[in-house]
Ligand binder design. Structure first.
Ligand SMILES: [Zn+2]
Length: 513
């Protein structure tokens, strides 16, 4: 098993490569070579013989989409044990009646198993990197989630959840000490596991704690990941407390910046969107969860039009109830259309960007070098064209152009400059791009099935037809963690049996029938 998983060089050939060229999504049949943990070369058409000859492993991706590894921008792995348990309730009832009491009864071993199962599910759905917004603050519970991620091999940012107001409040000093321990124990930009501050929601955090903990995270270069404006009653609570809406509160505290990840942002005003855009913060959109809890529809088109980086998240399995990011992609596109009455509110190219883009720093790099352009303008440009070119332009145009785009010489150069540019820290340089020099996080989705064929645009098929069940191969840092639909790192049957037993015992302990 291990020798299958780790091969020094991999050639992926005959696949439809999907990547952004800085302006739009390109689709191109071609090949991609991985050496060690990096993408070594990318090219159009047939793979060179010498590449095939020296590859330790050749993956034939004919009729498959080859993408930068999918990014699940927000989840709660503890909820893997709680899916289907609190269906059909609004946010605050869902939290108070089931999520809080059930999670409070979880042992570190429960956390480890729930995390491991959730991580395997994410992998199976094509995810190479996720943000675990960790709600069980005990040191052993945090440790359990990190151990599970280290064993599975997926990239995980653990946003250490904290609150200092209301139920489960911790004293500020304790939060700071635990964050310090976590940073020293698990945070490593060169490893798959990194740390973020994870305040659970503005109405559960005091002004002082928000300021101090954000300052500590910033001193490490770690982001702050926070639920905001998910439900209207949460906004009302902050207005009653301090007369400010969620984004205004963060901005006034000095806690809204390029290192801020705003989860949900459903109930935000245009003025708040302007604040987000000016700050460089990222929004994590969780449309399935927002529909499930009847929270509303985030104004995603307005966000993209302002150049706000938007990532997609499944949210926890308590409010989804799966981790299928491709299902979430379809729901994102449909919800935006439904909510705005505009069939072009969100296009497949937009959504593919939302699930493949790296973290905030990659987005900032792009926004920065685009001057005032940002991603919103690129998308607007496409939308503007649509009257004459039709809605499939993202896919079909890229394909038409491919021959002249200079990929032919990619055997040595790759189709970008990421080899020298990079975006983030060394461990994840170039994440979110299929270019030479980028970290080899790659997802391959098999479109060769009756639900997808014939494929006119791979982006359209990915968003509107494919699901997590179609994920064929997942590579993280050059290691094959899913191979032909089979997870290479975990005995799934044994894990599921352990999880069934542990979840049943948890329900008993928590008094949930
Ligand atoms: Zn959440």
């Amino acid at each position: 098993m291990a020798n299958q998983r780790t091969v020094s060089s991999i050639l992926i050939e005959n696949g439809t490569l999907l990547f952004h060229d800085g302006q739009r999504l390109i689709e191109q049949v071609g090949w991609l070579a991985v050496e060690g943990d990096r993408i070594a070369a990318v090219g159009a058409g047939e793979a060179p013989d010498e590449r095939r000859a020296r590859a330790g492993r050749v993956i034939n991706a004919r009729h498959m989409a080859v993408l930068p590894g999918l990014v699940n921008g927000h989840t709660h792995l503890s909820q893997t044990f709680l899916r289907g348990l609190a269906d059909d309730r609004p946010l605050l009832r869902w939290l108070r009646e089931v999520m809080w009491p059930a999670q409070a009864a979880m042992t570190p071993e429960d956390m480890y198993l729930a995390a491991k199962l959730g991580l395997v599910e994410n992998l199976r759905c094509g995810v190479t990197w996720l943000v675990q917004h960790h709600k069980l603050p005990g040191r052993e519970h945090v440790d359990a989630a990190c151990r599970a991620a280290a064993e599975v091999g997926i990239r995980m940012t653990l946003a250490r959840g904290w609150v200092d107001l209301g139920p489960a409040a911790e004293p500020l000093d304790a939060i700071l000490a635990e964050m310090q321990w976590l940073y020293e124990t698990w945070h490593n930009p060169q490893s798959p596991i990194t740390l973020a501050s994870g305040p659970l929601a503005p109405w559960r955090c005091s002004d002082d704690a928000m300021r101090e903990i954000t300052a500590l995270a910033r001193s490490w270069g770690a982001p702050t990941h926070i639920h905001v404006a998910e439900a209207q009653d949460e906004v009302e609570m902050m207005l009653a407390r301090c007369g400010k809406r969620h984004i205004e509160w963060l901005a006034d505290l000095g806690c809204l910046g390029p290192d801020t990840e705003l989860v949900h942002a459903v109930h935000v005003t245009d003025a708040e969107l302007d604040l987000i855009a000016a700050s460089g913060a990222t929004v994590v959109h969780c449309p399935t969860s927002n529909m499930y809890l009847a929270s509303g529809a985030a104004p995603v088109r307005k966000m993209l039009d302002r150049g706000i980086p938007v990532r997609l998240g499944t949210d926890g399995s308590g409010s989804n109830n799966s981790q299928d990011l491709l299902e979430c992609a379809k729901i994102a596109a449909l919800l935006a259309k439904h909510a705005t009455g505009d069939a072009q509110a969100l296009l497949p190219g937009d959504v593919v960007g939302m699930v493949t883009r790296g973290r905030g720093d990659a987005e900032r790099g792009r926004r920065g070098d685009a001057g005032t352009r940002g991603r919103g303008d690129a998308e607007r440009g496409r939308r503007g064209d649509a009257g004459t070119r039709g809605h499939g332009d993202a896919g079909t145009r890229g394909r038409g152009d491919a021959g002249t785009r200079g990929h032919g010489d990619a055997g040595t150069r790759g189709h970008g400059d990421a080899g020298t540019r990079g975006h983030g820290d060394a461990g994840t340089r170039g994440r979110g791009e299929l270019v030479a020099g980028a970290v080899a996080d790659i997802t391959i989705v098999d479109l060769n099935n009756p639900r997808c064929q014939p494929v006119h645009s791979a982006a359209s098929a990915l968003v509107y037809n494919a699901s997590g069940a179609d994920v064929h191969t997942v590579i993280v840092g050059g290691e094959i963690l899913v191979d032909g639909g089979r997870v290479t790192v975990v005995d799934e049957e044994a894990l599921m049996e352990q999880c069934r037993l542990a979840a049943a015992a948890l329900m008993k302990r928590a008094g949930i029938e």
